[in-house]
Design a protein around this ligand. Structure first.
Ligand code: ASP
Ligand code: MG
Length: 443
């Protein structure tokens, strides 16, 4: 059972999830927690301030983070004695921030070490609270639960040996009636350095543990009724998606929906363990079930969109029929470490989309030697997650929407994964496109 930051943002939320967990203790769950509320962001902001403003900024930032945790403990009725392990972490955190402000340096490795305090604190708050309720439990940092990662700071991968370690440690605990409470998001490499799995990585920790322990399912608890057909804050008519495949869910995460970590489907896909996305405010609702199967009846599962996209048109300067053009183009992307999202080609040209955050000067200069390059910014990708075996029908409906609202599509791609059809439009057109597609497919 995984609960994210907003599900444990304060004492009240902790009490709420305690009820949900308690009602399921007979199923021998393992708990995976993120950092409380916005702690990860607050830690990163504290480091930024420490770098910019020096030691003076450390005290207020620290107070904010300390305040959140101590206040939660107090309201949870554990005020008499703040647990020693929490005191120690908070004091280490103060030293670390002071250190960053003095050295004026903040490497990726230090970044991972710093943000790890969020999850290390939250599981210990949970441990003292659940213990006070009489629930036998044990807080474990990911490495104490057997999770070992590579050393790719801020985007580490869980290593193979964890598949064996994790059940060896966690299953005896759950079998003896103890609730393990494990940090999401963080891990350690073989040399003992603390790493993170990337923002939102607690989902991956949870699906990994579920898959490795051969659990009945991985439950990802949120504040909405599962995966939605679109972001309900933007489209009021958005509906929960009852069932979706691992590949569709991964595609949905990758193309912008903030529902799940993009790599979170991998462990459960490997073992066939179902992933359930549930609403902590509506625990009886069935939520979204992610498994190897997608429903046969309705081909369109959900919509998603991502803005801040640039489109690069690359037209070969050479003659038609020359071989190796695409090879040269993509080698230039690789040398510049730029990852592309969508690709469309013809004999003499290739168009790709990429995140506008990339600095493209060096790439464009390199490409200009072999091609005419045109960069178009302020684009959005609107993606229909669907079974592309019905693509003619879906495209017909989509183009009738584009026609009726008078929108020009700049690029189209039907992913090789067979679960997505994506359209590039201008950022300005994206909201109308989404409204139109949502009403055509879901309302
Ligand atoms: N606390 C981390 C983050 O905010 C990990 C997570 O929430 O899954 O990214
Ligand atoms: Mg978080």
């Amino acid at each position: 059972m995984k609960f994210g930051g907003s599900s444990i943002a304060n004492a009240e939320r902790f009490k709420h999830i305690a009820g949900i967990v308690r009602a399921r203790l007979s199923q021998k769950p393992v708990l995976v927690l993120s950092a409380m509320g916005d702690t990860t962001d607050n830690l990163l902001e504290a480091a930024e301030a420490a770098l910019k403003e020096g030691p003076v900024s450390v005290e207020p930032s620290l107070e904010r983070i300390t305040g959140l945790h101590l206040c939660a403990l107090r309201e949870l009725g554990i005020s008499n004695s703040v647990p020693e392990n929490i005191k120690t972490l908070l004091s280490e955190l103060g030293t670390l921030l002071a250190g960053i402000s003095l050295i004026g340096e903040f490497s990726l490795r230090s970044k991972d070490f710093l943000v790890s305090f969020g999850e290390r604190l939250s599981i210990r708050v949970a441990e003292s609270f659940f213990s006070s309720l009489g629930i036998p439990c044990k807080a474990l940092d990911a490495w104490e639960a057997g999770i070992v990662s590579d050393s790719n700071w801020t985007a580490a991968e869980i290593l193979e040996e964890s598949w064996k370690n994790v059940p060896e440690i966690l299953c005896p605990l759950t079998e003896s009636g103890v609730l393990p409470i494990v940090t999401g998001f963080i891990a350690k490499n073989k040399n003992g350095g603390i790493t993170t799995l990337g923002r939102g990585g607690s989902d991956l920790t949870a699906t990994f543990i579920a898959a490795a322990c051969n659990a009945k399912e991985a439950q990802i608890w949120k504040d909405v009724d599962g995966i939605m057909s679109f972001d309900p804050r933007k489209i009021a008519a958005a509906k929960p998606v009852p069932q979706i495949s691992y590949d569709e869910a991964a595609e949905l995460a990758y193309f912008g929906a903030q529902v799940l970590h993009p790599r979170a489907m991998l462990p459960c896909r490997k073992t066939g363990t179902p992933v359930l996305v549930k609403n902590s405010y509506n625990p009886e609702a069935s939520g979204t079930k992610i498994s190897g199967k997608a429903p046969e009846d309705a081909p369109v599962r959900a919509l998603t969109s991502r803005s801040g996209v640039s489109l690069v048109d690359i037209v070969s300067a050479h003659m038609l029929g020359q071989s190796g053009f695409l090879g040269e183009v993509f080698a230039a992307f690789a040398r510049n470490k730029i990852s592309v999202d969508m690709v469309a080609t013809s004999e003499v040209s290739v168009s790709v989309t990429l995140d506008s955050a990339y600095a493209l000067d060096a790439l464009c200069a390199e490409l200009s030697r072999i091609a005419h390059v045109e960069l178009k910014t302020n684009k959005a990708i609107v993606t229909v997650i669907c079974d592309t075996r019905s693509s003619s029908k879906i495209l017909e409906q989509a183009f009738s929407v584009f026609g009726s609202i008078g929108v020009q599509v700049e690029m189209i791609s039907q992913g090789a994964s067979k679960v997505n059809i994506s359209f590039v439009v201008t950022e300005d057109d994206a909201p109308a496109v989404i409204r139109g597609l949502h009403s055509a497919f879901f309302e």
